[in-house]
Design a binder for this molecule. Structure first.
Ligand SMILES: O=C(O)CCC(=O)C(=O)O
Length: 233
């Protein structure tokens, strides 16, 4: 994924626009992260017998250009997933350097999945960076201070966001949405997730020339077994 304002700049080399590597599950060196005992010991506490890595990312947040496009507005990750239940999905996010740009709304995971869309930001918004349409701006916030190697485990309904990178260098983190393989797919048509489903479908159809793939299919091909048997997902 490329940062929207850097990608437009003729002065910055293309490689420097890369803000995320998505779907790195087939890259053997990076996939080692997903089966690290230090991460899995927490995932195993949920007693899922079969564990999938559904969404893998290396986040490489570029120095902000001044347009504030390196921000990620407040959102719930479940918005992106056509599978449930939410209690069988957990996100691990490991800081690859000292960082304090993540913000969370504590307790928000007890609520429901909210409607998301692109925020109306003047400087532009990165592709698929949807945000919750209306969350309580007075809800208490926690800014997470993390050292290199610190790892957070998030519920997929936890509202969170990420502030712009005001440093000179790229801010790196590696993450995985783990899910119990017995999660089941849902059809998002007619739900608040229909907009992201349509957008992901259009990207997949144009990139891979697969017009008959569904949003659920785009996730099924990304999922990779970490432990046990691949059952539903
Ligand atoms: O690493 C970050 O900046 C957070 C990204 C994020 O919130 C997400 O990908 O859901």
């Amino acid at each position: 994924m490329r940062d929207v304002s850097i990608a437009k700049s003729e002065f910055i080399p293309d490689q420097k626009a890369i803000s995320k590597l998505q779907d790195i599950q087939e890259e053997p060196e990076l996939f080692r992260y997903y089966s690290l005992p230090q991460c899995l010991k927490y995932i195993l506490l949920f007693h899922w017998s079969n564990i999938m890595a559904m969404h893998t990312m290396l986040i490489n947040k570029p120095p902000d250009t001044g347009n504030r496009t390196s921000r990620h507005s407040m959102h719930q990750d479940l918005h992106y997933f056509p599978f449930c239940p939410a209690d069988r999905i957990v996100w691990s996010w490991t800081a690859m350097e000292k960082v304090h740009s993540l913000v969370v709304l504590p307790g928000s995971h007890h609520g429901t999945l909210k409607e998301h869309n692109y925020p109306e930001w003047e400087g532009g918004v990165n592709k698929m960076y949807h945000g919750v349409r209306d969350y309580d701006p007075n809800h208490p916030r926690v800014h997470l201070e993390m050292e290199k190697g610190d790892t957070l485990f998030f519920h997929p309904l936890l509202t969170h966001g990420s502030e712009m990178n005001q440093k000179q260098g790229f801010r790196k983190a590696i993450s995985c949405h783990y899910a119990g393989a017995n999660c089941y797919s849902i059809d998002v048509r007619g739900t608040t997730q229909e907009n992201i489903g349509q957008e992901v479908y259009e990207i997949a159809a144009s990139k891979y020339a697969v017009e008959d793939a569904t949003f659920e299919d785009t996730w099924a091909v990304r999922g990779r077994l970490v432990q046990g048997d691949r059952t539903n997902l």
